[in-house]
Design a protein around this ligand. Sequence first.
Ligand code: MLT
Ligand code: MN
Ligand code: ZN
Length: 308
Amino acid sequence: MQILVLGSAAGGGFPQWNCNCANCCRARAGDPAAPPRTQSSLAVSADGERWLLLNASPDLRQQILVNPALHPRRGARHSPIAAVVLSNGDVDHVAGLLTLRENQPLAVYGSDRIHAALRGNSVFNVLNPAVVARRPLALDERLAVMAFDGTELGLQVTAFAVPGKVALYMENEKAGPGFGTQSGDTIGLEIRTDEERRFFYLPACASLSPDLAGRLRAAPLVFFDGTLWQDDEMISMGVGTKTGRRMGHMSIGGGEGSLAAFASLGVQRRIYVHINNTNPILIAGSPERVQVEAAGWEVAYDGMETRL
Ligand code: MLT
Ligand code: MN
Ligand code: ZN
């Protein structure tokens, strides 16, 4: 199985269009310690021919351009992208579906809640239902991913609910502390091949519950939410008013952070993805980057390629 990191940044990308934080300034200035990153997505293939996207970011057009594996190969119209699995309804994970219009056959998988979010936004009707199948992703069931025409990609996906939050644009301030969040708004994904090679992908996760820790224990590879280093990072840098917790993301550092939570899980390979532009781990050689690497973590970058 091949895994390509198409985009390793969180929503907004790195640098973010309107952000003047120290990290973004370094990226904009071309500092080699702060390479730019596009928004959150992976591509996976069992055969090197047909690809499954895990999330479709607003940068998808650019991500396709720089990854030859995703270029058309035959006939007048063709794409190696056969299917998309969505892990939540956030803008950084669904806006790229609009790039995939143009009558190209495609299967789009998501939880009931994620499909409801798409149905609630009529702009996604630009995906012609005659060639784009919207397929359910029942939680805790192993499902063989199929292209629009029903052929299997040789990849199976198991979706499971993870602690998180409803998409920002669907938040209901009157609905109490969860803002109307329901199970299935944020899901984690386990991807397997027919040969039982497997990995987990959780670009958004609010906490490592005992259930979730049990599921991830001793896994060969986990891509995990690396949004913020510190819960109040955006507030203390003056670029926002929300904590990571408020946004549905557990931080990396600190006693309740993912570094500490994963320390005893025995996961063989751990890679941070969905990294916000304010996060100091984006800067090569920063103390925080050195600390995550010393703990055995890798920091994803655009174009990172892994085989399992
Ligand atoms: C998030 O990960 O918290 C979202 O992508 C926020 C957003 O929609 O901008
Ligand atoms: Mn996001
Ligand atoms: Zn910034």
